[in-house]
Each structure stands twice: as C-alpha cells, then as structure tokens.
Write a protein that binds this ligand. Structure first.
Ligand code: PGA
Length: 249
C-alpha cells in the first residue's frame, strides 16, 4: 500500500471569468464540506481568474493552480506570466507542459526551465506528459513518455518530490470521450513512475491520470496501484461532476 495522498485537479482551460470562478468554488466548497478530505483537491483557472479563485478558496481545502508559467522572472514576454506573479495571486501551484501548450510550441527545454522556475518561486507543479495516437499505434509510447519525463525533471532535486506530481494524459483521450482503459492508464503511469525514479523517490511521487475522466470512470482509474489521482478537464467545469470525482478518489 502506498502512503501517497491522492490529488484530484480540475483544469478549467479557457473557461470561466473571475465571477464564474468564484461561483464555481463556492458551490464546490458547499458540496465538499469543510471537514478533512482524504484527497488533495485543486482547480486550475485561467490566469485572469487566479486571484478571484484563490480568494474564494481561501480557508478551504481547495488549492489553486495556474495552467502555465513562464521561466523568466520578468521582461519582454508578451502574454506570459511569471511564477512570482502566480504566487502573488494567492495560488499554490501550476500545471506545466500540458499537451495543448506543447502543441502550441512549448518545448521540452522550456518545460524543464518552467518546472525549475515554478519550484524556485515556491509553487507546486503538475508536470504533464502523454503520447499521441500515432505514437501509441507505432509502439513508441514508453520511449516518448520517458523522454518527456526525463526532460521535465532535468533540473529537479530529489527532495522536491513533495511539491511535484506528474499527470499522464494520452493526447487521444483528452476531450474525446475516449478514456484510457484502467489497464492502459495503469501501465503508462507505472512506467512514468519508474522513469521518474531515476531522479527522485518514485514511491513518493504522485502520478495522475488525465483524459476524459468522468464520475463514472474516475473510481476504477484511481483505484489502480500506480494512479494517485486525476487531472480532469471537461468534467471539472461542473462542480457537481467534479465533486463526485473527488468523492470517488
Ligand atoms: P478532459 O481534459 O478531461 O476534458 O479530457 C483533460 C486535460 O486536458 O487535462
């Protein structure tokens, strides 16, 4: 049995204004209650709603993560935000290397630098990795994931494992309704853990699954031995559905 505390995070992507975020968090707080939860819970609003979300979540068990961070502290980087800016909103962490960001040009080197900058800025990190359908069908999944994980952890120290989680999100499962089977997700998450163990304590690392997680699929996925929670996109926009996933963890 692992000692790892599950983490369920909701990635809102480009959805919700500050007002909508505040309403969602208020509803989520009512649904989850104020007592201790057996899991860590986080929501990832767009940058414009970080401060409102953090304020609405203050005093609750809900943590707030940004969706991306830039590696530089300041400067001529139009549209980007730094780790210090995220921390100043009251947020706790950030996603890094989501496949939608990688598809828009974020490289492995940038992901590594951004993980380092986030940790240096006092943020927790959910590092994302995942293969395309073509890569899976070509038998390249393990090699691809190993490359992304090794690159993302290049500048991470072993004792930072407590502030880091890795989300395995097969691109073919994101937003498609095509959830990975528990067997496929378990196999990939175990592989991610074993690769990460080259850098840090694999037994302490939280590995999440993401890709079309719903209240119906979450329980079986998260009961796999190497799956320590979920990164939820679409279903996290609805507080009822997200709370049901949290309760199933
Ligand atoms: P999805 O998104 O749950 O809508 O598939 C997951 C993600 O991209 O993090």
């Amino acid at each position: 049995m692992s000692e790892r505390r599950p983490l369920v995070a909701g990635n809102w992507k480009m959805n919700k204004t500050g007002v909508e975020a505040r309403e969602t968090v208020a509803r989520l707080r009512a649904l989850l209650g104020d007592g201790e939860l057996p899991v860590d819970v986080a929501v990832c609003p767009p940058a414009t709603a970080l401060e409102a979300t953090a304020r609405a979540a203050s005093g609750s068990h809900i943590r707030v993560y940004a969706q991306a961070v830039h590696e530089k502290a300041s400067g001529a980087h139009t549209g980007e935000i730094s780790a210090a800016m995220i921390a100043a909103t009251g947020a706790d962490g950030t996603l890094i290397g989501h496949s939608e960001r990688r598809a828009a040009g974020e490289t492995d080197d940038q992901v590594a630098a951004r993980v380092r900058a986030a940790l240096d800025g006092g943020l927790s990190v959910i590092l994302c990795c995942g293969e395309s359908l073509e890569q899976r069908e070509a038998g390249e999944t393990e090699e691809w994931l190993a490359g992304q994980v090794r690159a993302g952890l290049a500048d991470v120290a072993a004792d930072e494992v407590g502030r880091l989680a890795i989300a395995y999100e097969p691109i073919w499962a994101i937003g498609t309704g095509r959830t990975a089977t528990p067997e496929i997700a378990q196999e990939a998450c175990a592989h991610v853990r074993s690769v990460a163990a080259g850098t840090l304590d694999g037994a302490a690392l939280r590995v999440l699954y993401g890709g079309s997680v719903t209240p119906d699929t979450a329980g079986e996925l998260m009961s796999q031995p190497d799956i320590d929670g979920a990164l939820v996109g679409g279903a996290s926009l609805d507080p009822e559905a997200f709370a049901a996933i949290v309760r199933g963890a």
